[in-house]
Write a protein that binds this ligand. Structure first.
Ligand SMILES: C[S@@+](CC[C@H](N)C(=O)[O-])C[C@H]1O[C@@H](n2cnc3c(N)ncnc32)[C@H](O)[C@@H]1O
Length: 391
């Protein structure tokens, strides 16, 4: 597979010149035939890496409690729409619905997943409905049955965010780190002249270069366009010479679109994140990472389509869309939504039933080990949960 994508990049570079990083990442991840997600790879024990919902059902059980509390805060609307963006093959949706949230009868759960291969793997137990039945208003000319109140949970799958506005929640776990990004480098030189005469002159102070990708999949530095340079100066004015930053307009656009879906409710983003000034001071190989087959992959421009390429989310850039109302660690978020009670219950059941060793005992023990993984301060527990509230 990598050979096809490398050839595609080379062909585009010959036509358009060195490609921005986001264009290459988009091909590497989402090309419908050769892209990593396009081919249906991704999260899961039998796939490439574990995300919180793939650790086990506990994450979804806590999310179901959170969803119930958000529903109650809105005055128990019916319908109550939960959009899960970047839903993969539906692990989180399955766990949330299996937990039996109290809002169930009002719930319309929409899985949004860009990869057709992954959408096709949504488990049959989720019993997908045609989106029009779930979202309404029904198109009566086609004889669709209107979704009445109290008939939930109704579940549908979409390739893109739905058109709102609705009362509910737009949720994304580990989506934004997978959205293509531009890559910039603070340089100690300015570009002088133009065309073939163009040369760089060291002035010992910072300007911005854009890291682009050449025909042979190597980096090519070009002077950043004026808009990009303004963005970079906005996010990391004090970046050291040689420091790199991601510029993430696609992640910001996603937050804007998610907020637009809602009349009342909240957008919840869960991901590994930092701020742009911090990223500028860290080696970029630390915050652009690749994964495959439950291990780290190669450099980001190697093995295109055969490894995940992710970038830590610059939360300050998301805040440029609208200031978040909350930003806390995943460990704090899970604890605030009942994790500790669930773990205590798990411990108690395990103690009572360990000697019997039945499924209930094993599930209870698993809850305790899952909680440790989900709150690990050196791992998933350090993820940020960023929330924007509306209405
Ligand atoms: C790292 S996976 C996370 C999957 C799942 N949320 C989880 O936590 O296991 C990111 C997913 O987002 C999907 N994705 C990427 N861009 C998307 C977009 N614009 N809309 C919907 N899904 C997208 C990818 O195809 C991939 O399945």
């Amino acid at each position: 597979m990598p050979a096809e994508l490398a050839a595609l990049v080379a062909e585009r570079v010959r036509r358009q010149g060195p490609l921005p990083f986001d264009a290459v990442v988009d091909l590497a991840l989402y090309h419908p035939v050769h892209g990593f997600y396009g081919r249906g790879r991704g999260a899961g024990r039998r796939s490439d890496f574990l995300t919180s919902p793939e650790v086990g059902p506990l994450f979804g059980t806590v999310l179901a409690r959170a969803i119930d509390s958000w529903w109650a805060e809105l005055g128990r609307p019916d319908p109550f729409v939960v959009v899960e963006a970047g839903a993969g093959a539906g692990a989180l949706a399955s766990a949330v619905l299996a937990a039996g949230p109290v809002c169930g009868p009002a719930l319309r759960y929409l899985l949004v997943e860009r990869s057709e291969q992954l959408r096709r793997r949504t488990p049959p137990r989720l019993r997908l409905e045609p989106p029009a039945n779930v979202l309404g208003p029904p198109d009566e000319s086609e004889g669709d049955r209107p979704a009445g109140s109290g008939e939930g949970p109704l579940v549908a799958s979409l390739a893109e965010l739905p058109v709102g506005p609705f009362d509910g929640v737009v949720l994304a776990n580990e989506l934004l780190d997978n959205l293509p990004f531009r890559l910039l480098q603070r340089s100690g030189h300015v570009w002088v002249g133009s065309g073939p005469q163009k040369r760089d002159q060291n002035v010992g102070e910072g300007r911005w270069d854009e890291v682009r990708v050449g025909e042979d999949l190597t980096e090519v530095l070009v002077p950043a366009g004026p808009d990009l340079a303004v963005d970079a100066d906005r996010w990391a004015p004090d970046a050291p010479v040689g420091g790199r930053i991601p510029v993430q307009p696609e992640a910001a656009a996603w937050v804007r679109a998610a907020l637009r879906c809602l009349r009342r409710g909240r957008v919840v983003v869960i991901d590994y994140a930092d701020t742009t000034p911090n990223l500028a001071r860290r080696p970029w190989s630390e915050w652009v990472r690749t994964y495959r087959a439950h291990g780290r992959g190669g450099p980001p421009l190697a093995n295109l389509g055969d490894q995940d390429v992710t970038c830590e989310v610059a939360v300050d850039q998301l805040g440029g869309v609208r200031r978040p109302d909350r930003d806390r660690s995943q460990a704090q978020f899970l604890s605030a939504h009942g994790l500790d009670t669930l773990v205590e219950e798990g411990r108690r059941i395990w103690q009572e039933r360990a000697a019997i060793g039945d499924l209930a005992a094993l599930a209870a023990r698993s809850r305790v080990t899952e909680a440790a993984a989900l709150t690990d301060p050196a791992g998933l527990g350090a993820f940020r949960v960023v929330e924007w509230e509306l209405g």
